[in-house]
Design a protein around this ligand. Sequence first.
Ligand SMILES: C[C@H](N[C@H](C(=O)O)[C@@H]1CCCN1C(=O)[C@@H](N)CC(=O)O)C(=O)N1CCC[C@H]1C(=O)O
Ligand SMILES: [Zn+2]
Length: 625
Amino acid sequence: SIIRICQCVLMTNMTDMRNFLKSYNTHAANANNEAVTIAWNYYTNITKENQAKMTESDLDMANFTKVWAAKANQFDWKRSDLNATEKRQFEKITQLGFSSVNDTAKIELKSNLEAELTGIYSTGKVCLTEFGKGCLELEPGLTDMMANSRNPNELLAAWKGWRDQTGKKMRTKYTEFVNVMNEMIKFSGFNDTGEYWRSWYEASTFESDVKKLYNELLPLYEQLHAYVRHKLKNKYGTALFPDTGHIPAHLLGNMWSQSWSNIYDLLTPYPNAISVDITQKMKDKGYNVTHMYRVAEEFFTSIGLDKMPTSFWNKSMLEKPANRDVVCHASAWDFYDGEDVRIKQCTSVTADQFLTVHHEMGHLIYFLAYAIQPVIFRRGGNPGFHEGMADIVSLSFQTPEHMHAIGLLDSIPNDKESDINFLMQMALEKIAFLPFGYLIDQWRWSVFRRETTPNNYNANWWDLRCGYQGISPPVQRTEQDFDPGAKYHIPGNTPYIRYFVSFVVQFQWHKALCDEIGYKGQLHRCDIYKNKTAGAKLRNMLALGSSKQWQDAMQVMTGGRNMSALPIIQYFTPLIDWLKEQNKEENIGWSAQCPSNIPSPDQTNNQARLSVSTETVCLIIVTLT
Ligand SMILES: C[C@H](N[C@H](C(=O)O)[C@@H]1CCCN1C(=O)[C@@H](N)CC(=O)O)C(=O)N1CCC[C@H]1C(=O)O
Ligand SMILES: [Zn+2]
């Protein structure tokens, strides 16, 4: 009878624990929905009032997390007979993160600093009167200038101006931000914020795993870097280039030199062969913003994934509002009710933006796929999986096959030159990004570990930028500057190693899907469009959310449990072989340190005045004669 009583007690406990999980799920859905709605209101209307409401909400959310973790820990769930998935729910519900601290002042401080830093970034404007451009915001003005200007002085003014108007104004707040986050996370048993962020990858070897992947991929990047440097020297003259082998950061078509697609016209391997100019084609076909989203949606539904709910079209912010400050940096939002998912994007009709549309909608497809999971499991397998899902469609949708299928390319080129042209375009997006994706959190992890301190924030940042990316600042940088702050994810406090992980795993998944559908061609020409088998396989992984360790989800997708650089290397091998040919006379690589002879700001101003006056003098001579 004693055993009976024990069994009965245990059973009651089991029933109680299962009822607890049900009850948590209902309350968490409501709490998350409320918190996300309040954050949405700030991000789509930056005001002090909305910031205050978000801070209030952060306090409520921290309290919610603490209260429910305490309830969960009343049960002896670890030693119970619950199954693995039920125990995993308890494990995640009791992970307190930043909420463990009892000091509401710290929660408020962290919340206000994050909102203020994001606000500084999102309202930054650069006045370029000397170039007759007025005052430009990042989107679309400065972004378009970095993409399309071929005037080094103009590019320098935008590059330096953006850093002056954003990062430079964040340094003190960011130092406070790091300190309060590190103090808070200690209460959850982590040495620093970086250790907490890395814990989401559930692998003690994670940091060395990504380092190994970076080293495996470095040879590809070095070849691309050497080719691009050579071509840019032809375009801009060697005087701008330091003798250390670095490429000046402002010449690569992007404010952060993280994607080089916008200068493809300077790099075209075979100008007489076919290249796909998506921006021009979209304009020719009269694309507007809504159509960009409809085309992206149609890709997902064509492989059997979800269409956008009606509320998406009514509640998203797809264009920049004229009359208020918003956070333009594009993002995907899950309101945790299984239906309300939104994109916030200041969308314009360009190829870059079309990619971002697919990226953000890829996140929404993931939200909708794992909505079948309990709320605590409505996350990516790991953050890199979420980014990998956001990007995987881009490997199909940009192929000449797909561009032709949707009417953005008249015919499918099959000659070798056009193929190299296409691979170059993909490399400028996917290989160029790798060191950038890797280094952001190398810097941040070192800041959290206090190896990088405020008096060498910028020096260490540029050590990494020169060392890993082989780019150099076009104008001298000092500790008056704070260049990390000029990249959204630093003020926005979004970890970044997820994008490096994504750029590896998306090629593993692409290969797995193309194998699954029996595709026999070269990997870089595979398009899963309209293939329901591919979509079904993808959905199997997406629907897991974070209910399983990501290694199990990887097994579902690829048959292997780990990240691997082989698929991305296989994808780009035809191009790398071609680049090695092209680079025969080149010195591959760059020195680990930044160049020492970087021009000072006034030197570059003189250069600018000089070049303008030279043009003016010529004009006068021509006019006179
Ligand atoms: C443009 C894109 N915006 C992010 C993204 O979509 O990842 C936004 C801002 C930070 C997180 N985020 C989200 O939307 C999350 N809610 C997604 C999720 O649910 O995990 C972005 O920042 N990108 C795209 C490629 C490289 C990187 C960059 O531009 O440097
Ligand atoms: Zn993303």
